[in-house]
Design a protein around this ligand. Structure first.
Ligand SMILES: Nc1ncnc2c1ncn2[C@@H]1O[C@H](COP(=O)(O)OP(=O)(O)O)[C@@H](O)[C@H]1O
Ligand SMILES: [Mg+2]
Length: 250
């Protein structure tokens, strides 16, 4: 079993998060703490609000209420510039990869560098950063290919390289294994653990893939009815006698 709370420092905290769309209350007092260096998995059935939650975290959606602190900064009260700097500390792997189809792999990876690199204290050249990021995901040879020339698993790796290129201290994965065949999914899962071990990255992993959760999770939160219904290790949740939890894990 993986180590729990390897270090108790909190890198991200969400308190009393609320988000509705019209009369559809998606998040209703959702809370989480992400500890430094851990892989925290949030599970929940389709449509339970997992993507809405991460979009609130990265500022793609505005929460109705609640507090989000990232590295001790309340993101709702930051200036645009401070927010942009903070965002460079978070790598986000979107559901479904979301590569730019008209750009080569190299250009896809250069995109976040062009937007953010000036603000950061990075001395390596873009070329070095792109090469390093691709090597980390085992795709150095694919640098000049177009997304249409890549398999689903390769696309996911390129998206991961792009999420990691600014060396974020936090990475958020939204359904990293969805749409992949089981073998490719296993490779991506192994890569997620390697990234955690190599860089000590703190990760928030959204998934409904039980196998993924079993292998990567230090801790699991189950999202039901907009709330963190239960939290614990994978083994604790999988062994729960609560009917709603059992329904999810069987
Ligand atoms: N931009 C939006 N406008 C209106 N409703 C939305 C929007 N985004 C998500 N929703 C609704 O919020 C709920 C949760 O969606 P989502 O977070 O994508 O679920 P999942 O847990 O599968 O990621 C769904 O009912 C969805 O229809
Ligand atoms: Mg989703």
């Amino acid at each position: 079993m993986k180590e729990q709370h390897p270090n108790r420092a909190i890198v991200m905290e969400v308190s009393n998060l609320e988000k509705s769309f019209g009369s559809n209350k998606v998040l209703d007092d959702f809370n989480l703490k992400l500890y430094k260096g851990e892989n925290l998995v949030v599970m929940g059935k389709s449509g339970s609000g997992k993507s809405v939650m991460v979009k609130c975290l990265v500022g793609l959606l505005e929460a109705d209420d609640g507090l989000i602190t990232i590295r001790d900064k309340n993101i709702t009260s930051l200036s645009q510039e401070s927010l942009d700097i903070l965002r460079t500390e978070i790598g986000f792997l979107f559901q479904g990869s979301a590569l730019y189809d008209s750009m080569t792999v190299r250009e896809n990876l250069e995109f976040p560098l062009r937007r953010h690199k000036e603000r950061l204290d990075i001395t390596e050249s873009n070329q070095e950063l792109v090469a390093e990021a691709l090597e980390n995901v085992g795709l150095a040879h694919a640098i000049d290919l177009m997304p249409s020339e890549l398999s689903g698993g390769m696309k996911r790796r390129v998206a991961l390289a792009r999420a990691l290129i600014l060396k974020p201290s936090i990475i958020i994965y939204d359904e990293p294994t969805t749409g992949l065949d089981p073998i490719t999914a296993k490779e991506i899962i192994a890569l997620m653990n390697t990234i955690q071990e190599t860089y000590g990255t703190s990760a928030l992993i959204i998934t409904h893939d039980i196998d993924c959760a079993r292998v990567v999770a230090d801790r699991v939160i189950l999202l039901i009815d907009g709330k963190n219904y239960i939290e614990g290790t994978f083994q604790e949740l999988a062994g729960s006698t609560d009917p709603q939890v059992r329904a999810f894990f069987k």
